[in-house]
Design a binder for this molecule. Structure first.
Ligand code: NAD
Length: 306
């Protein structure tokens, strides 16, 4: 029988693409429940699903921040969830001093507690049946901090710690966890962030910090999306879902691995922090070449803090 796959955040981006790819599986291995907070945005998904709509793909309402919405969505599903994909998420960038705690809590409510809420709802069934797969769209920012992404990275680190811990227990129940860690992906995600920062004033932030954010970080971030950004199709989570022994972690972008490896080669953490500091504040090639400048010879041997 096909496996029931429930995905959060399918109105756009990675969630939409994954839902459509699974629904179009030539072997028809999946019955996809593609969920979104606002059903008013279902048209793009429905158009992309084409003939799969109503066959191997159904659309359902689900707000990961609401207990009632989760309960109602699950009660509408015939049978149990075999694969849960925690994809819904949001970003937050900017100098810490200028961000409200409410905005930060909203990020955790969505990215972290949203996933936890769904897992609590599907886990008893998976345990009873002694099978299941929980996929989490984390980020390379779940593995390493990135300047001006403090809160977003923290929410993804939280997911990494939570699900790595859970994975140990769940092996006993034949339930697998997979944390997918993309680098930049060209979706609505970046545009939403840029719209947010274009109107934000970041009150209480000193001029130096604002300058670093607006004149160094934002252009560098835009270039990074353009130079190493993947498409949602490239993220290829279908392989993780179809795997007989799913990996706990899967980075999707090999061009990003020079940065993630810095943490593994120096457990003190300094190499990573100093290198990324230099990439932004010192290396003139960054803005032209994105991460390519890791191979330009200026790194990492002569990395020095300011
Ligand atoms: P996106 O903005 O296109 O998709 C995010 C989806 O989550 C949207 O459809 C949004 O409506 C939904 N969502 C937000 N809050 C929700 C809620 N409370 N309930 C239900 N749905 C909600 O961006 P994307 O790039 O496709 O992001 C998908 C996931 O990938 C996110 O978890 C994001 O953190 C992660 N990710 C994105 C990138 C990137 O560069 N785009 C990189 C690494 C990881």
């Amino acid at each position: 029988a096909p496996r029931t796959v429930l995905i959060s955040g399918c109105s756009s981006g990675i969630g939409l693409e994954l839902a459509v790819q699974l629904a179009h599986d030539p072997k028809k291995r999946y019955q996809v429940v593609a969920t979104m907070r606002d059903l008013g945005k279902k048209e793009t998904l429905e158009a992309a699903a084409g003939e799969a709509l109503g066959q191997t793909l159904t659309v359902a309402q689900l707000d990961v921040c609401s207990d009632e919405s989760v309960a109602q969505c699950l009660s509408c599903i015939q049978g149990e969830v075999d694969v849960l994909v925690n994809n819904a998420g949001m970003g937050l960038v900017g100098p810490l001093e200028g961000l409200s705690l409410a905005a930060m809590q909203n990020v955790f409510d969505t990215n972290f507690f949203g996933a936890v809420r769904l897992v609590k709802a599907v886990l008893p069934g998976m345990k009873r049946r002694r099978q299941g797969h929980i996929v989490v769209i984390s980020s390379v920012m779940g593995l390493q901090g990135v300047i001006f992404n403090d809160v977003y990275a923290a929410s993804k680190f939280a997911l990494e710690g939570f699900f790595e811990s859970l994975a140990i227990q769940l092996l006993q129940f034949n339930i697998f966890i997979s944390l997918v860690e993309p680098g930049p992906v060209v979706t609505e995600f970046e545009g939403k962030l840029l719209a947010q920062v274009s109107t934000a004033e970041f009150p209480g932030t000193d001029p130096d910090t604002l300058h670093y954010f607006r004149d160094l970080y934002l252009p560098a971030s835009r270039k990074l999306f353009r130079s190493v950004g993947q498409s949602p199709q490239d993220v290829a989570i279908v392989n993780v879902i179809s795997s007989a022994r799913p990996p706990l972690r899967r980075q999707t972008n090999v061009r990003y691995s020079p940065l993630t490896v810095l943490k593994t080669v120096d457990s003190s953490g300094s190499l990573y922090v100093r290198t990324t500091h230099r990439l932004l504040f010192r290396c003139p090639r960054l803005l032209n070449l994105g991460l390519q400048c890791l191979s330009c010879g200026c790194l990492p041997t002569r990395v020095r803090p300011r």
